[in-house]
Design a protein around this ligand. Structure first.
Ligand code: 8X3
Length: 247
């Protein structure tokens, strides 16, 4: 069987880099996409230097179009790039944060997917794995637009499967909860690393490796089986219910 190709966005660090390591070990040819070229280079060197790197912002539609134009085959698309910015109550939130989250988590993910889909359909082969979040299903204080973007990703994933019914192409929305050891909270708290570390104190969050293990598992299931959605939380987290404010 010929070597499969996987394109990973947000590949330079965290979940993306861990997925790259595991898919490299599974024998995939990789297209590593992220903004930080030096990080992509480091990762590629670690993996033997044989993979393609694309240093660009997923929000740069011109760069994405140019990069995708000559891609002969992408068997697996891991839409991992995304971010949360801020945890303020909606009425105090920064509008620029909301725009950036909607652009990156929704528009950029949809754009890249739209670019790659025709070839996947033509080849009748592919697996799109979108990184959703438990925040797309459960509201929490300050999650406002971040949660809404992840609800978009969930519904987009289900909609893709509906459109792709009759093809061999798989679509999975992978919905993790609290993950430690990545830049997620440092970005959310805009570099306030003390606040970011406090999120993971006295609990054992998921790791990037847990998510990469899950993605490797998803990619090694039989051709007839599609996992539509998969929600994963660490044992220390739960959808712990509704709240009532009493005056
Ligand atoms: C982030 C998951 O639980 O930190 O996607 O909101 S959580």
């Amino acid at each position: 069987m010929s070597q499969k190709t996987a394109l990973i966005t947000g590949a330079s660090v965290g979940i993306g880099a861990e997925v790259a390591r595991q898919l490299h070990a599974l024998g995939y040819s990789l297209i590593l996409m992220a903004r930080r070229e030096h990080k992509l280079n480091e990762l590629n060197q670690e993996l033997g230097g044989q993979h393609q790197i694309i240093a660009c912002d997923v929000n740069d539609q011109g760069a994405i179009e140019a990069a995708v134009k000559d891609m002969q085959r992408v068997d697996v698309l891991i839409n991992n790039a995304g971010l949360a910015l801020g945890l303020s109550s909606a009425e105090q939130s920064d509008w620029a944060h909301w725009q950036t989250m909607i652009h990156t988590n929704c528009l950029a993910l949809a754009f890249l997917t739209r670019q790659l889909l025709p070839n996947m359909v033509k080849r009748n082969q592919g697996h799109i794995i979108n990184l959703g979040s438990v925040a797309g299903s459960y509201a929490y204080k300050g999650g406002n637009v971040y949660g809404a973007t992840k609800a978009f990703v969930e519904q987009f994933s289900l909609g893709l499967r509906a459109d792709l019914l009759g093809t061999a192409i798989k679509v999975t929305n992978l919905e993790p909860g609290l993950i430690g050891g990545t830049e997620f909270s440092n970005v959310r708290y805009e570099g306030d690393n003390d606040k970011a570390s406090a999120m993971y104190e006295n609990c054992q969050p998921l790791t990037a490796q847990d998510i990469a293990n899950t993605i490797s598992w998803l990619l090694t299931q039989p051709a007839h089986m599609n996992v539509n959605r998969m929600e994963i939380m660490p044992v220390c987290q739960a959808p712990a219910g509704l709240s009532v404010h009493k005056s």
